[in-house]
Structure formats: C-alpha cells, structure tokens
Design a protein around this ligand. Structure first.
Ligand code: SF4
Length: 450
C-alpha cells in the first residue's frame, strides 16, 4: 500500500513538473502533457447503471439500459433468453407504445413486412431513443419506407451465394472454407441484412438446408479445412442441437477450424450462459465473429457475455457494416473499436454495405470507409484497425480496400507514405523474378517528379 502511495506521488510530481509545458501531438497539436499522460486511462472500463434519461447517448461508456421500457419485468424473466425471444417487439402497435415514430418508419413497418420481418429483442429495443428519428440503433432494426425503393444497383443476392451452393445451404466460394447456413432465424433482424432474401421466413425465397447432404459433401471434400456456421444465427439453437452439429463437424478429420458468425451476444446477451460456453469450449479450435456497428451496442450485459466467451478460450473478432447515419464517422468508429478491445474482441472487418435490395438509404460511400481507416491506422493500435472490404458484387469475394499507402512500386524500390503523409522509399532486394505479385504502380507525379 505504501509502495502504491509512493508511486502515485511520483506520478503526480512528474505530471506537475510537465503540466506547464505543452507538446506536439500528431492529432491534437497542443495537448498538455498532463492530458497525454492520462489518455491511456480513458480505456479503463467503467460499469455504470444509466438509463436513456441520463442523456448518455454517445456510447463511450459501458452502461446497462435495463429495465428501460420494460420496468414491470422481474429480473429472472429479463435474464432468461427464451423470455427475451418470446417477447420481441414485432408489431407497429408495440413500437408506437414506446417510441415516437416518423412517417417514414410507420410506412416502412406497414409496407416492408413481406420482405424481412420486424423483430427486436427487449434488450436491444432498450437501446433505442424514444424521440430521436436519427437514433443509430433504430436505423438498424426499424424498417423505413426507403426499404421499398429500388436503386439501380440493388440485388437480391449481392454476394452470389445461391450460385455457389453445391448443396442447398452450403456455400463453397473460397478454396479451403465453406459457409454453412444452418438456420434462417435471428434474434432480431437487421434492415441491411445481406441475406434478407432468406432470413426471417417472410420473404419469397426460403432456406432449405440439406444437412445430411452437407455433412456428406464436407466429408468428401478434403480441401475444406474451415467451416463457418451462420444463417441466420446458430446460437439460437438449444445447446444440445448445436452440440450435435459441432460434434458431427469435429468428427471430420480434415476440418481444422470452426467458426460461428453471430449477432446473438449483442441482441441477446442472456443467451451466452455458462453452460453454452462450457459446451462450446469442447470443440476448439472454435472462433467467433460477432457483429457490432455502434458503440452503444456494447452494454455492460454484452461486455459480460463477451468476456464469458473469451474466458472459455473463444477468440472473438468483430464484423461491422459501414452504415449511413449509424457509424459513418471517425469518432464513432474510434469509440467502437476501443470498446471492442476492452471486451477482448479484435475488430476484424469493416464491410462496405452490400448492394442488398432496399438498403440504398443505409449505404455510406466507399470514400467514407477509406477516410475512417485512414483516421484509425497509425493513430491507434493496429489491433483496433479493422480491414475495410467490399464483398465484390455477384460473388467475387472480399476485396481489401486500403488508403493509398503505396505511391510507387517497381523492381528497384517501393515508395510509401505513412499515416502522417510523410514519404519514404524502401529498396527492393535484387529484383527477384520468381516472386509472383500484382505490382501496384500508382504514379503520383507530385511526389515522384517534383
Ligand atoms: S443478425 Fe446477421 S443474418 Fe441476422 S438479420 Fe442481422 S445481419 Fe442478417
């Protein structure tokens, strides 16, 4: 204790000695040294119980919104994931009981119901601001009239999944891995869902996964070493049903790596029970890709769920979709990626929104995505920087999109710029003719010939 006090005194002395000075900082030119010294402490998690009435809407802190719009519900029911599913908000009347809807939303709820169902878990519904039509949470889950509009680029199956299915429900697009669509149901439905043609069960197209044929295909195709369970959301299955599926996959010797793509920890953190985690732990290596778009989605309950998964050895990555009016600004994304690291989740991908039917109002520009990556790379740890990708329309797979850091490249040198815009040259070693790569020659005259 005495040692701690001495350390604190020493820190204070150092800080006070420097307090009168200012230093150059790349992002904030005149940040006092005291502030710089304290900045790392901003990442220390806070646990607070706040409600929307407290006005804490920027998502910087971990807070619980429970019981929010459901004050009469007993905690044991609230914490029961099956109660959460049974009591999802699914109708216009339920929405209007709690929220002030805009005309666009009211019309959207009435007209888009035969395309993608409306369903929001009470937990996630609590994150929605009652009177703010621009609330970044409601834009993700409450339909708007714009969903019924068709833009010239819209597609029903933008990633070309249906044309890469050797067996119904099994997408084999990349050489060594498959996407296994195990269900068409989710805890809540995202209005920009790339698989909205089949999820939720209300559209014209239905998902009819042929499980036995899929397992047989996987047993025969020894080149498949990686299976991603998605849908829909596999974590909506009972523990027993999910375990049956995982053990069947684990019995295939050449399958090295299992993944689950899920938004359940965010929509329904109550589902991440100790029993589920203990079961999942038996099937390592098992990784999980979660899906968070806005920092407010990372509540105290979600953080506890993610920590439970991490404690059971499940590596966690996050896939965000770049969405207009939700996360298409640097500060929001920066808060999100820093909170993810606190939750032990590595920001993995930032997706340019797919060209899914009725999503044009939610699509931000590619330029905005590049600007966000530019604002993260070098300005914070590389662990916090997701890879920005476009899933090439029609089934071309994920293509990484980066700010232009390579200015020139030939057999003799590469010319690069860093995050501050400074230019550097690095020599190529001996013009190795055996190296196969797609040379990136971007001729930026102002750098090379001035
Ligand atoms: S959770 Fe995933 S699959 Fe389900 S609606 Fe959202 S984006 Fe689609």
């Amino acid at each position: 204790m005495r040692g701690q006090t001495a350390s604190l005194v020493l820190l204070l002395v150092i800080v006070l000695e420097h307090e009168s000075e200012s230093a150059e900082c790349v992002t904030h030119p005149k940040v006092p040294l005291l502030t710089q010294s304290l900045r790392p402490l901003a990442f220390v998690p806070h646990i607070k119980m706040l409600t929307l009435a407290d006005g804490k809407k920027d998502g910087k802190e971990f807070i619980s919104m429970a019981p929010g719009y459901f004050p009469e519900i007993a905690p044991e029911l609230w914490n029961d994931w099956k109660w959460q599913l049974k009591n999802r908000v699914t109708t216009l009347a339920q929405l209007e009981q709690h929220l002030t809807l805009s005309e666009e939303e009211r019309a959207g709820v009435l007209l888009s119901g035969d395309k993608l169902a409306l369903a929001i878990t009470p937990h996630f519904f609590n994150l929605i601001e009652r009177d703010n039509p621009d609330c970044p949470i409601r834009r993700q889950v409450i339909p708007r009239i714009e969903e019924t509009w068709a833009s010239p680029y819209d597609m029903a199956d933008p990633c070309g999944e249906d044309s890469h299915m050797p067996v119904p429900g099994l997408v084999h697009r990349y050489p060594d891995r498959v996407l296994f669509l195990v269900t068409d149901r989710c805890a809540s439905y995202c209005r920009y869902c790339t698989r909205s043609r089949v999820v939720s069960g209300v559209g014209k197209q239905e998902l009819h996964t042929e499980f036995e044929a899929a397992f047989k295909y996987l047993e025969e195709h020894t080149e498949v070493r990686d299976v991603l369970l998605s849908g829909g959301d596999a974590l909506l299955f009972s523990d027993a049903k999910l375990e049956k599926m995982l053990s069947r996959l684990r019995a295939i010797p050449h399958i090295e790596f299992l993944r689950i793509g899920t938004r359940v920890p965010i929509f329904l953190p109550q589902r991440i029970t100790p029993e589920l985690c203990a079961m999942l732990q038996k099937y390592h290596p098992l990784w999980m890709s979660i899906h968070v778009n806005h920092p407010r989605e990372l509540t105290t309950e979600v953080r506890a769920a993610l920590e439970r998964l991490a404690d059971h050895g499940i590596p966690l990555g996050n896939q965000s979709v770049l969405l207009a009016g939700v996360n298409d600004d640097l500060e929001t994304m920066k808060t999100l990626v820093h909170k993810l690291l606190i939750c032990r989740v590595r920001p993995y991908y930032l997706y340019q929104c797919d060209l899914i039917n009725g999503s044009s109002h939610l699509r931000a520009s590619v330029a905005k995505g590049i600007e966000i990556i530019e604002g993260l790379r070098g300005h914070t740890t590389g662990y916090a920087v997701p890879q920005f990708v476009i899933d090439a329309p029609g089934g071309g797979g994920k293509v990484p999109i980066n700010p232009g850091y390579v200015l020139y490249h030939d057999q003799e040198k590469i010319v690069i710029r860093n995050y501050e815009g400074k230019i550097f040259e690095y020599p190529e070693t001996g013009g190795d003719q055996s190296v196969q790569f797609a040379p990136q020659r971007e001729y930026h005259d102002e750098y090379l010939y001035s």
